[in-house]
Design a protein around this ligand. Structure first.
Ligand SMILES: Cc1cc2nc3c(=O)[nH]c(=O)nc-3n(C[C@H](O)[C@H](O)[C@H](O)COP(=O)(O)OP(=O)(O)OC[C@H]3O[C@@H](n4cnc5c(N)ncnc54)[C@H](O)[C@@H]3O)c2cc1C
Ligand code: SF4
Length: 216
């Protein structure tokens, strides 16, 4: 091959090789970061997504990585060319990853292989088999905002009919979502002495960062 052709080829090949090298280097860095995230979450026992989450079909996944780019929570990443839920407890189930996947490799599911889909047993007034403990909203199954709020209010109506005790508090509400807030409004209406607890949003230690507010 004449020298002039070799130099013309090099003009194209050298930048191409540089771009490819940069691409593989950056991808390998991201994959190492994802693997480290997954390891950290596994060691901390944070392996179970709380609700709706992506299930990735490894056969269909071709490692495009669009799910990881689409996920605003940093919950999904690539490891060895396949998508993984690397930070399961921060996934909030909005399905941006599913919409972004060009190969239809992601579906949104509720239960997990380990946890199944446990739904608490409650009576029509939302009282569990532990007397005095009520469950309303998402925790009782698949919820919607309106449904959760209605259930919270109905549970509080049932609580309002219970006989008082020597406890200085009438009600302790755990969780300030639609169900909890609606129950709280019901408690205010009934003039119950109430303690309101909510996990600090996006805490890595869900059971330690709690703030409490006592309603007047
Ligand atoms: C991405 C997404 C989009 C949705 N879009 C819609 C929609 O368009 N329309 C609709 O009707 N529904 C929608 N939903 C469903 C809706 O958000 C839920 O059904 C609803 O929020 C359930 O209300 P909840 O009060 O039962 O639970 P949550 O809203 O989940 O509230 C529970 C609260 O409890 C707190 N908590 C959890 N554990 C603890 C603990 N150990 N101690 C103290 N506090 C704790 C949490 O921080 C949270 O604030 C959507 C859900 C998601 C994830
Ligand atoms: S469902 Fe939402 S939060 Fe969960 S991995 Fe997909 S994009 Fe991220």
């Amino acid at each position: 091959m004449p020298d002039s052709e070799i130099s013309a080829l090099a003009v194209y090949l050298v930048p191409f090789a540089a771009i490819m090298a940069f691409y593989f280097w950056s991808r390998s860095r991201k994959e190492s970061h994802s693997a480290a995230q997954l390891k950290e979450a596994t060691e901390a026992g944070l392996t179970e997504p709380s609700s709706l989450h992506p299930e990735i079909n490894p056969v269909k996944c071709l490692g495009a990585g669009s799910c990881a780019i689409a996920c605003p929570e940093g919950a999904i990443g690539l490891i060895k060319g396949k998508a993984h839920l690397i930070n399961p407890t921060v996934c909030i189930g909005h399905g941006a990853c599913m919409a972004a996947c060009p190969h239809g490799a992601i579906t949104l599911v509720f239960g997990t292989e380990k946890r199944g889909m446990d739904i608490p047993c409650v009576n029509p007034e939302f009282e569990t088999n532990v007397p005095g403990i009520f469950i309303a909203g998402e925790l009782g199954g698949m919820g919607l905002i309106r449904k959760a709020a209605t259930q919270g209010s109905q549970a509080m109506d049932a609580i309002g009919k219970l006989k008082g005790s020597a406890n200085p508090l009438d009600v302790v509400i755990v969780g300030a979502g639609p169900a909890g807030l609606s129950a709280g409004l019901g408690a205010l209406e009934k003039n119950c002495a109430t303690s309101f607890w909510n996990r600090k949003a996006r805490s890595a230690a869900p059971f330690t960062s709690i703030r409490a507010t006592k309603l007047p």
